[in-house]
Design a protein around this ligand. Sequence first.
Ligand SMILES: Nc1ncnc2c1ncn2[C@@H]1O[C@H](COP(=O)(O)OP(=O)(O)O)[C@@H](O)[C@H]1O
Ligand SMILES: [Mg+2]
Length: 315
Amino acid sequence: MSNPILQAQNLHKRYEKVHAVQGISFDIQQGEIFSLLGPNGAGKTTTISMLSCLLSATEGDAVIDGHSVGTQADAVKRVIGVVPQEIALYPDLTARENLMFWGKMYSLSGAHLKQRVAETLEIAGLSDRANEKVETYSGGMKRRINIAVGLLHEPKVLFMDEPTVGIDPQSRRRILDTVLELNQRGLTVLYTTHYMEEAAELSRRIGIVDHGKLIALGTQDELTKLVGERDTVRIGISSVNDTDALLAALTKLSGVDHAALEEDELVLQATNANAHLSQIIGAIGAAGGQVKSIKVAEPNLEAVFLHLTGRALRD
Ligand SMILES: Nc1ncnc2c1ncn2[C@@H]1O[C@H](COP(=O)(O)OP(=O)(O)O)[C@@H](O)[C@H]1O
Ligand SMILES: [Mg+2]
């Protein structure tokens, strides 16, 4: 399989004080959903902004459907659709009117514009509310208008930048289903998220980004193999005095490779965790801690991130 519709080549973005993107390269195959997974500040939005010609790259380029982002922005903009987290919507206009406005910005007009507005409202699941003012819409519905806007001019590739952040689970489910459906119809998608479950559900290949770098890229199987056979153990604890000392004691135990604290949950990477649970619980008890809950999970993308960075994906 090698038919890349997008090739990002050594993209860099330097600001005065921040090297936000530090040489990111990846290919996206025609027809795939490719996810960039990384925590806040990793450089996901900056990367998408460079690929969308909204921000010029300090170094590097990308080729999308045969056109250079650096030198052929107009051609690139015709083949890409962009779904940012927030777009400017007029609250006192209806969803349909907002879409008509954005369609004109994309140089659509007449019967074709009307038809595209109707079609994208349908895809976004907003047809029955299309004539209501946007100020009456929930956050999730506004996100769905963003998706409709991104699809108006029938792009070949859709960029979606964390489209589910801050919305309720039902709206999230709807958006994920819409992404899968659009992909079924042949749309290529570049999806960014800091939710491992979303990347895992939507995409076969995932790039993990952190501090402006692509630190791993592959299928989920390839990525989880990086962790080896290690399990993730999550232990809800309370009343530990010296957590640094506890973390140090835990990492000294045989089988335990990593220990970190996320709020009041210990997150450990351990080989054959179930065989070491009694020692782990003993160490917590010795530190004056109380165990509230224990969950053992086999390797997932969260574990991959922890393995590669020593930090949890969630900040
Ligand atoms: N206009 C800007 N000027 C300076 N620094 C910026 C600017 N935009 C983003 N950054 C910095 O670049 C890094 C990457 O940001 P961003 O691409 O928004 O990350 P993400 O989308 O993964 O959360 C962060 O450290 C952020 O503070
Ligand atoms: Mg972002």
